[in-house]
Design a protein around this ligand. Structure first.
Ligand code: ZN
Length: 370
């Protein structure tokens, strides 16, 4: 190849790279014709349904004659939406004799990857309906923020909760630090699309998750830490302080629910709440992983003590992103956040007959524990 020809190739390469970047930039920025929602707000039996369709605000009211659940469809949205006048029930924190468990974490608005992992692992069918029979699906928090399809993820989980009950299965949507931040009005990590949606609907984004909203009531009923078949599940991890201070799961789950909306000052001056909502708490703790800026690594004996204290065999956590699911501390800690937030990465965790498997996005299983 002559020198000149090489030069021409180089120029073409540079130009094509530039235009690719430019196109991507434009599509990311243009949300003038955005569609998103619905967001539902309750006042007794009156539901106000708000959404954005092709950039326009749509608003409708549904007045229910009687209290109860109600389903509706909206033109332009594939899914049916089920809402209820009742406050959501609070789930127990302990389960036994569960047949199979599927775990996924840190979805961060990456709806397509979320659906792909669930479909290929036979948790849902091609129409996104529950087929996980009487199995449990654990979502370890951080469904919100970062990605552009948070609302779609939330309505899917909301629907699966109801469908699972019919099969005698169960969905556990545990709270992550990003749900807590959003409920407390911190929207620094929301995708830029939601600023456009919020502007068009004339509310701050976090108001879609206020106490009078369907999503907000639902989030505020959720647990932080649970145990299924002797396995612990929590968004980030449990710090050794939890046993030296003798906090129970009920203490933690209730205190989080009761104080999600507490002013910063009342959290600051309560030892327990300060622990719960800050760096060493179940939403943020990174001490199971190699030393990070926020936490020194836990000692093996401290971890054994936590498991003994709660009569648990393992602990499954999200929050700290790994390349793939690779248990450590002698398979006692199983990290599940494998970067679904990047859109084209990430996998799930399957537990069946006492054995854990990596459940890859293509449905391929790889045995993790023996
Ligand atoms: Zn997190």
């Amino acid at each position: 190849m002559s020198k000149n020809l090489k030069f021409v190739f180089l120029i073409i390469f540079v130009i094509s790279n530039l235009s690719a970047q430019e196109i991507q930039f434009n599509t990311e920025e243009d949300y003038s014709r955005v569609t998103d929602g619905p967001y539902v707000f309750w006042k007794d039996n009156l539901a106000t349904v708000e959404y954005v369709m092709n950039g326009h605000k749509v608003f409708q009211e549904i007045r229910l004659k009687e209290s109860g659940a109600y389903s509706f469809n909206l033109e332009g949205f594939e899914q049916e939406f089920e809402i209820s006048t009742y406050q959501p029930l609070v789930d127990p924190d302990t389960y036994t004799n569960v047949d199979k468990i599927f775990v996924i974490s840190d979805i961060h608005g990456q709806y397509d990857r979320f659906v792909q992992i669930l479909q290929n692992n036979k948790v849902i069918d091609a129409e996104n309906n529950w087929i996980w029979e009487d199995g449990h699906l654990v979502i370890l928090g951080d469904v919100v923020d970062r990605g552009p399809m948070v609302t779609e993820c939330l309505w899917l989980i909301h629907k699966l909760e109801t469908q699972a009950e019919i099969w005698n299965g169960k969905v556990h949507f545990l709270l992550g630090n990003h749900e807590i931040m959003l409920l407390r009005g911190d929207t620094r990590y929301m995708h830029e699309k939601y600023q456009v949606v919020a502007d068009k609907l004339g509310r701050s984004y976090y108001k879609f998750f206020a106490e009078d909203s369907e999503f907000g009531r639902w989030f505020r009923s959720k647990n932080t830490v649970i145990k299924i078949n002797g396995i612990l599940f929590v968004h980030a991890g449990l710090h050794p302080k939890i046993i030296s201070r003798n906090y129970t799961f009920a203490d933690i789950n209730e205190a989080v629910r009761e104080n999600i909306d507490a002013p910063e000052n009342s959290i600051k001056f309560s030892d327990f709440l300060n622990f719960l909502f800050k760096d060493d708490g179940p939403f943020w703790y990174r001490g199971y992983f190699e030393d990070t800026k926020s936490s020194p690594q836990i000692k093996q004996q401290e971890l054994w003590d936590i498991l003994d204290h709660f009569k648990a065999s393992q602990i499954v956590v999200g929050h700290t992103t790994q390349d793939f699911i690779n248990p450590f501390f002698k398979d006692k800690v199983i990290p599940v956040d494998t970067g679904i937030k990047y859109g084209d990465k990430g996998e799930g965790l399957l537990w069946k007959n006492g054995i854990f498997y990596r459940a890859k996005a293509n449905g391929y299983l790889e045995r993790l524990t023996f």
